[in-house]
Design a binder for this molecule. Structure first.
Ligand code: FAD
Length: 408
């Protein structure tokens, strides 16, 4: 007889696992406490769903053992993912940098295709049904919800992480895992905005610019990225900040000192910038510092740059001393801010940490401690970079878990 399978969590990993298990003939039930499945899929990629990345390797992931992801990623090469998408009626738009989106550019298309495939495969979906406890009695599992307990042969924990609780995210998966003997590494928000310790950043709220951001942990350079930054009342946001946020957030969790250096003009090296400023001073000697700098960096930053180096913005540029010019250049290219926190799980796209991968077999996604118990997706101590990598691991690990659970 085919195994009776419970999947706890109707997100990316759970839906993929359900399709794979049910297509292999299993009797599959999804438990989802939201009023519909796949809420994060709908919200993803600003409503476009960056569904996968064609270039994913374990190097795109973080966790105690990022190489845990390798087997799953290899089992779902991009060509196979395209075949899977075709099998559920979904076409992809493949970008040059490896990001992929549904052809319609609408996340809804992804969810509609998955939902239809799940139904066609005969999966039972219990929405508005929160699993409160998972128990193992003999060879069977008991899934507790409300006042009901239902017996299953195999269970997949695909409850995701607690990032974005407004979309239904919970930390239930870690509790379920712990109650069955698993450990989990502390979780932290990732792909998230950062809080700064300065009086200046709130005054620059709304300033968006292209910059180079260098992350320092305990004064050691850890990462350098270029991209948009956006100052906000609470701190700083933008794609460059999201990209360094995993390492910043993990360092904060470990109570390390976290600092950002912002280069507002990364297109020039220091000498080019110095030459440029001198050319401008020679061309418009009677213009104010405010006017000249306002042609180089966002106007709203100029007053604060000047304030930080104690230069009057109304001063005419020809009266700047060499020392003042050096101070300005240093600040424009190396503006330091202390990071004192993240904007929290509510604003994070994903969470680092999770169920310890050492106790899970990465070739089957089955627990090494409890027969018949499986894990997939973000509930595990694996988190990806921005760019479709998080869904990538959810699909790949969900596919393996689904196929393996279907085996008798
Ligand atoms: C705003 C936003 C944008 C994102 N954009 C992208 C993107 O473009 N590309 C990308 O790769 N990644 C993106 N991500 C990350 C991606 O959504 C997740 O990594 C992915 O959804 C993880 O899949 P999962 O199945 O493990 O968990 P989830 O998709 O979170 O699914 C877990 C499910 O379990 C349910 N659940 C939890 N507890 C219980 C319980 N006790 N009982 C029943 N059900 C329960 C939840 O309601 C949820 O439906 C984004 C995330 C957010 C928040």
């Amino acid at each position: 007889m085919s195994p009776k399978i419970a999947i706890v969590g109707g997100g990316a990993a759970g839906l993929m696992a359900a399709i794979c298990a049910a297509r292999s003939g299993s009797d599959v039930t999804i438990y989802e406490h939201n009023s519909s499945v796949g809420k994060k899929i709908l919200a993803s990629g600003n409503g476009r769903c960056n569904i996968i990345n064609t270039t994913a390797t374990a190097d795109d992931y973080f966790g105690t053992d990022p190489h845990f992801a390798t087997y799953a990623l290899e089992q779902l090469p991009f060509a196979d993912f395209i075949d899977f998408c075709h099998s559920i009626g979904l076409l992809l738009d493949i970008k040059d940098d490896g990001r992929c989106y549904p052809f319609s550019n609408e996340a809804k298309a992804v969810l509609n295709a998955l939902s239809s495939a799940v139904k066609n495969a005969g999966v039972k979906i219990l929405i508005d049904t929160k699993v409160t406890k998972i128990e193992k009695t003999g060879d069977l599992f008991l899934i507790h919800e409300d006042h009901n307990k239902t017996k299953f042969d195999k269970v997949l924990i695909a409850t995701g992480s607690q990032a974005a609780p407004q979309l239904g995210a919970t930390d239930d998966g870690y509790r379920f895992a712990a109650s069955l003997g698993h450990t989990f590494t502390p979780t932290y928000p990732s792909l998230v905005q950062l809080h700064l310790n300065s009086k200046i950043h709130p005054k620059m709220a709304g300033v968006k610019t292209f910059a180079e951001v260098t992350l320092y942990v305990n004064n050691k350079e850890i990462e350098k990225v270029q991209g948009d930054i956006l100052f906000a009342s609470y701190g700083i946001s933008g794609l460059a900040i999201l990209d360094i946020s995993q390492k910043a957030s993990l360092a904060l969790l470990n109570q390390q000192k976290v600092t950002l250096s912002i280069n507002l003009l990364p297109r020039f090296n220091t000498q080019q910038l110095r030459d440029l400023l001198h050319q401008l001073i020679a061309a418009v000697p009677n213009h104010t510092v405010e006017t000249v700098l306002g042609g180089l960096v966002p106007a709203k930053t100029v007053a604060h740059l000047c304030e930080a180096v104690l230069i009057n913005p109304s001063k005419i540029v020809s009266s700047l001393t060499p020392k003042e010019i050096s101070k300005l250049l240093e600040l424009i290219t190396n503006w330091k801010f202390e990071v004192i926190g993240t904007h929290g799980f509510k604003h994070a796209e994903v969470s680092g940490g999770g169920v310890a991968t050492a106790d899970v077999d990465n070739t089957t996604m089955e627990s090494k401690l409890v027969n018949g118990l499986y894990f997939a997706g973000e509930v595990l101590d694996i988190v990806g970079r921005r760019g479709g990598y998080n869904f990538n691991f959810a699909w790949a690990s969900g596919m393996i878990a689904g196929r393996q659970m279907a085996k008798k």
